[in-house]
Design a protein around this ligand. Structure first.
Ligand code: PBG
Length: 337
């Protein structure tokens, strides 16, 4: 018996509170579990390219760029696994990339054809989320229009609003501006409403950091080469800031965002928590390509258990406050749960 607090007041019963009691049995651990990870919380990002064969993404084990038919099949798999939504990212042929990213607003571009194909095959059985941003389409790899080394805000927003309408017209039920221009959510909402798409929802990448963890994604969609040594620090947020993230979220909500996103996830768990507790909005988090690659690389090197690390990472993103998580692990998690 030690002399620590409680020892004298309750001799022989120290310590009164033993938190280990509720950890003793698997069934009790289950009963006191505060957060759960379910397939219903997952969104599966998919890469589509305009080629007949699938092509592996080297930095992302288990991830491939798929043909439209391949995406349609993957979506069928997602439906049968109970995954509620996919997020679609196009790999645009370099010959279609221009300074102004004009192909983004072509109703017959790859992502629009893919959305139509998914809807034709699977109807409304699954959600489709499409990025609104110009980086797959610009020859310089930026999310906006570039002039004299500057990313133009308001001119970009006009194009993004048209891009959102084109996606809605193809049958996309959720558009997700990932560009971080100021005022884009309001402009997209207005454009969608004007064109009769008032039911199309906006998932805004609201607190999106300029992160080193997007590297594998940029290789996957082929924008890395276009961006070269450039960076996105004049529009994506400095990883040092989270008050600023709250201001971003507040603005996006005021402009009409239906759901807000924090990205990356594991380097921004505090941000996820502040957003969820501060606004009570549907709050999504994106476990980005670099997070996925990092866990895979450590597991491949024998440093981590892949399945355990994968499940823990996602559970903790949920615990921080995320309602849903975009993750490349989605089908693997769905099978493991
Ligand atoms: C493009 C976009 C990016 C991601 C999603 N949409 C890359 C970027 O902003 O440079 C990153 C996703 C990931 O890393 O998995 N606007």
């Amino acid at each position: 018996m030690t002399q620590a607090a409680g020892g004298e007041a309750f001799p022989g019963r120290f310590p009164t509170t033993r938190l280990r009691r509720t950890r003793r049995h698997p069934w009790l651990r289950s009963l006191v579990t505060e957060t759960r990870l379910s397939v219903e919380n997952l969104i599966w990002p998919l890469f589509v390219h305009d080629l007949p064969e699938a092509e592996a993404v080297p930095a992302m084990p288990g991830v491939s760029r798929l043909s439209i038919e391949g995406v349609v099949a993957a979506v069928g798999e997602a439906v049968s696994l109970g995954i509620p939504a996919i997020a679609l990212f196009p790999v645009i042929d370099p010959s279609l990339k221009t300074d102004d990213g004009a192909h983004a607003v072509d109703p017959d571009n790859l992502v629009c054809r893919c959305v139509r194909a998914i809807r034709a095959a699977h109807g409304d059985a699954i959600g489709i989320i499409c990025d609104v941003a110009l980086d797959p389409y610009t020859s310089h790899g930026h999310d906006g229009l570039l002039e004299d080394g500057q990313i133009l805000n308001d001119a970009t927003v006009e194009v993004l609003a048209r891009q959102a309408v084109v996606l809605a017209e193809a049958g996309c039920p959720v558009v997700a501006p990932s560009d971080m221009m100021d005022g884009r959510v309001g402009a997209i909402r207005a454009a969608l409403d004007t064109h009769g798409h008032e039911s199309v929802a906006i998932l805004s990448y609201a607190a999106k950091f300029a992160s080193a963890f997007y590297g594998p994604f940029r290789s996957a969609v082929g924008s890395a080469a276009n961006l070269g040594t450039g960076d996105k620090k004049t529009y994506q947020m400095h990883p040092a800031n989270s008050d600023e993230g709250l201001r971003e979220v507040a603005l996006d909500i005021a402009e009409g965002a239906d759901m807000v996103m924090v990205k990356p996830a594991m380097t921004a768990l505090d941000m996820i928590h502040r957003v969820k507790s501060g606004f009570g909005m549907p709050t999504f988090a994106y476990q980005v390509s670099g997070e996925y690659a990092m866990i895979h690389a450590a597991a491949a090197a024998g440093m981590l258990d892949l399945e355990a690390a994968m499940l823990e990472s996602l559970l903790c993103i949920r615990r921080a406050g995320a309602d849903a998580v975009l993750t490349y692990f989605a089908p693997v998690v769905a099978r493991s749960l």
